[in-house]
Write a protein that binds this ligand. Structure first.
Ligand code: RB5
Length: 147
């Protein structure tokens, strides 16, 4: 289950991604926003990240204007590894090497076509593990103050 959310800047792209997921049968839960009225991205990041850290959803997608505010907010939550991706290579490798559990997209940076390809790669690419597991564990140690 994918947790998906956006602020007003990402609303239209979020809706386009949901339409795509409906077409290809990817299950998601929408944590808002639900229209283009202005809303602070951290509020939505908190909801999506909470769904992941509580185990209700496996991965998340957060959309704002640039993807940057969402990623900054998301990465403050324990257990979240959020990556802003504006290209397919980054989306693939942030799964393979970083085990990213949140994808952040900038609706004012990428169009719906590219965003859809990025999201598909992000969802379908497994974590490679091995030496990358050690490195990801170090990120967790940083978070816990034990590194
Ligand atoms: C909202 O105007 C915009 O600042 C937000 O969507 C995002 O781009 C922040 O990083």
């Amino acid at each position: 289950m994918i947790a998906i959310g956006s602020d007003h800047g990402g609303f239209e792209l979020k809706e386009a991604l949901k339409k795509h997921f409906d077409e290809i049968g990817v299950a998601y839960e929408d944590f808002g926003c639900h229209d283009t009225n202005s809303i602070d991205y951290a509020l939505i990041a908190k909801k999506v990240c909470g769904a992941i850290t509580e185990g209700k959803c496996d991965k998340g997608i957060l959309v704002c204007g640039t993807g940057i505010g969402m990623s900054m907010a998301a990465n403050k939550f324990k257990g979240i590894r959020a990556a802003v991706c504006g290209d397919c290579f980054s989306a693939k490798f942030t799964r393979l090497h970083n085990d990213a559990n949140v994808l952040c997209l900038g609706a004012r940076v990428v169009g719906a076509g590219l965003a859809t390809e990025i999201a598909d790669l992000y969802i379908n690419t497994p974590f490679e593990g091995g030496r990358h597991a050690r490195r990801v564990a170090q990120i967790t140690e940083i978070e816990n103050g034990t590194f």
